[in-house]
Write a protein that binds this ligand. Structure first.
Ligand SMILES: Nc1ncnc2c1ncn2[C@@H]1O[C@H](COP(=O)(O)OP(=O)(O)OP(=O)(O)O)[C@@H](O)[C@H]1O
Length: 364
């Protein structure tokens, strides 16, 4: 009999399946198996408006002193991040401090930092992982409220959550009332230093694991000998903890398995759909694996030593900018230093160009 999955090259996802992966839908069910987080829901309209606005405006009461610093990265047609302005008097050029759009949420965020310490933000489904370049530490670790605003505002994934989260759902038009009542949430996860080598993405189809991929696409020589340990832990975790509580039988979940490899931590759920990154697999592969006919056990796929080059470039590189630029966003002195360096480089470049011209003329 032909493999029925071979014909299902299309992976269909419903509005309900996407909604099941919203953080607030699954987090309460997995207490003790996922790191501590606070969910703020519903979000005030003013905050959603702020996230949708072009450019990045920070509140006046930032860490640089009350009303003493304000930075804006404006939006222009040539370069989204090229129009820099800084004001010493703290006056917002448009006359309004952005915090007036969501004063209570701003206060709640500040209080949360006091309670939780460093944290990492996420909107309903996505974290701003493409925007780490905007923080000086180049990670998702936020130590104060402005870090949260910077990450969320600079991320394309957050924009996607706001505007296009349900676009690929086959039943979208038949459930407009559900779409309209989509309530966004802000998730504040307590920060912990995790080792990216030990993060995995688990593909579950019809209640069976059909594949597991290393999540960070670098080569780690110590992972291969641990494969069987990881698989044993994952089999037990998915079977005993996840399947009884997660409402779908097909999904993708991200996990973390720290040393001494005794416990699996749940990090996130994603729909079993093409818009979820298939990492070391391809979606065609995943779509055609028949969970009922897996001849041998599923594969835990790792980056191989001879395949490093293929994945060596960092993810989201299209969104990365030099560290100096990132530093300058939160530090007015750095803006000046950056401008001075830039001026020096231009001078050197001009000098080199004119000496090239001279030698070119002599050679002709
Ligand atoms: N509490 C935490 N402390 C530190 N880092 C974290 C924490 N939670 C998640 N991370 C890091 O953030 C990354 C992104 O988190 P998460 O998987 O929730 O985001 P996502 O946007 O849904 O990603 P994807 O779209 O790839 O599923 C994780 O791979 C992990 O490295």
């Amino acid at each position: 009999m032909a493999n029925e999955y071979a014909e299902l090259s299309e992976v269909r996802v419903s509005v309900q399946q996407v909604r099941n992966c919203a953080f607030s839908q699954w987090y309460p069910k997995f207490a003790g198996h996922t790191p501590q987080a606070k969910i703020i829901r519903p979000l005030p309209d003013g905050f959603l408006e702020y996230l949708e606005q072009d450019g990045i405006k920070l509140p006046n009461d930032s860490q640089f002193g009350k009303s003493s610093y304000y930075a804006e990265i404006g939006n222009n047609e040539d370069n989204e991040y090229s129009d820099w302005e800084a004001s010493e008097d703290g006056e917002h050029p448009q006359g309004q401090d952005v915090v007036q759009l969501f004063p209570e949420l701003h206060k709640e965020l500040k209080d949360t930092f006091r309670e939780m310490g460093p944290l990492t933000p996420k909107l309903t489904w996505s974290s701003p992982k493409d925007a780490t370049w905007i923080l000086a530490n180049n990670t998702l670790k936020c130590t104060e409220v402005n870090d949260v605003y910077l990450l969320l505002k600079a991320s394309n994934y957050i924009t996607h959550d706001l505007d296009r989260a349900l676009t690929e759902c086959f039943d979208r038009s038949s459930t407009p009332e559900i779409d309209e009542h989509l309530q966004h949430e802000l998730v504040l996860r307590k920060w912990f230093d995790l080792n990216p080598a030990l993060e995995f993405r688990v593909f579950v189809k019809d209640s069976a694991i059909i594949g597991v991929s290393q999540r960070d696409l670098n080569y780690y020589d110590y992972l291969d000998p641990l494969s069987e340990t990881f698989k044993d832990l994952l089999d037990e975790f998915i079977e005993d903890i996840v399947l009884p509580k997660f409402p779908d039988s097909s999904f993708v979940c991200d996990v973390y398995i720290p040393r001494p490899f005794e416990k699996v931590w749940l990090i996130d759920f994603n729909p079993f759909a093409r818009k979820t990154d298939s990492l070391l697999f391809s979606w065609n592969e995943l779509a055609t694996i028949d969970p009922y006919k897996l001849e041998s056990d599923y594969e835990l796929r790792l980056v191989q030593e001879n395949n490093v080059a293929r994945f060596a470039s960092k993810e989201h590189s299209e969104n990365q900018v030099p560290k100096e630029v990132a530093d300058a966003i939160t530090n007015p002195k750095a803006i000046q230093e950056l401008a001075e360096k830039w001026g020096e480089l231009l001078k050197m470049q001009n000098a080199e160009d004119s000496s090239d011209d001279e030698s070119g003329e002599q050679n002709n």
